[in-house]
Ligand binder design. Structure first.
Ligand code: ADP
Ligand code: MG
Length: 206
């Protein structure tokens, strides 16, 4: 019987270095001669979608896929030993059974993504993966107000005008009215759209 695979989770808010850490692990695996499939989500249009890109601009090649079923299909195309998934939250809860199947078949999986929404709520499927992983790396960013550990990220407009009740409606693009857990383009952005915040300076849930 084949040994089962190992699940590693890299989770945190935006800017916490999740993609940097995923890329570091993929590079090491490649040097070790391990056959890796690197997957990004085709919704992530911050850069060329055939790469994973960090906020520092470093990138590695990746296969952009639209849903969990396509990921399952892509993983069957070759004798991969490791599947590395960037921005896993975009794949939604359907990713959980797909990853379970890969692990049972003996593949190692690294799932990397946001474990918290921009309004401070748990962001599935990362919390579910964290519950059953062999290894969890929980990262924090740097709070843009005080420099302490940031476990949250929030929309810039909301951060600048936390007391304006209509801030969310007037200062944001139409897709911003969607729920924070919606799998859509409102979760894509960089320093121009989001800021990292510690617990004390997080105002997104107000
Ligand atoms: P993630 O994938 O978690 O969003 P990245 O790996 O893409 O993060 O980028 C992490 C990099 O972002 C850091 O090494 C740093 O250069 C940069 N950065 C910009 N703003 C912040 C911040 N507030 N806290 C931490 N890193 C930041
Ligand atoms: Mg990233």
């Amino acid at each position: 019987m084949t040994d089962t695979g190992r699940l590693t989770v890299i989770a945190g808010p935006m800017f916490s270095g999740k993609s940097e850490e995923l890329m570091r692990r993929v590079r090491r695996a490649t040097i070790a001669g391990i056959d890796v499939l690197v997957v990004s989500h085709s919704l992530d249009t911050r850069s060329d979608i055939s790469t994973i890109t960090s906020h520092t601009g470093v990138n590695i090649p990746a296969v952009p896929l639209g849903d969990a079923a396509s990921l399952a299909e892509a993983a069957r195309q070759k004798d991969y030993e490791l599947i590395a998934i960037d921005e896993a939250q975009f794949f939604g809860p359907e990713l959980v059974p797909v990853v379970e199947d890969l692990l049972i078949r003996g593949l190692d999986v690294i799932v990397e993504g946001l474990c918290v929404t921009f309004d401070g709520q748990p962001f599935e499927p990362l919390p579910s993966f964290m519950a059953v992983a062999e290894d969890v790396l929980r990262l924090t960013a740097v709070c843009t107000v005080c420099g302490k550990d940031a476990v949250f990220h929030q929309r810039l407009e909301q951060a600048e005008n936390p007391n304006r009740p209509d801030a969310a409606q007037t200062a944001q693009p139409p897709e911003a009215t969607l729920a924070a857990t919606e799998i859509d383009a409102s979760h894509i952005g960089g320093l121009d759209t989001y800021v990292a915040r510690c617990r004390q300076h997080f105002t997104g849930a107000e």
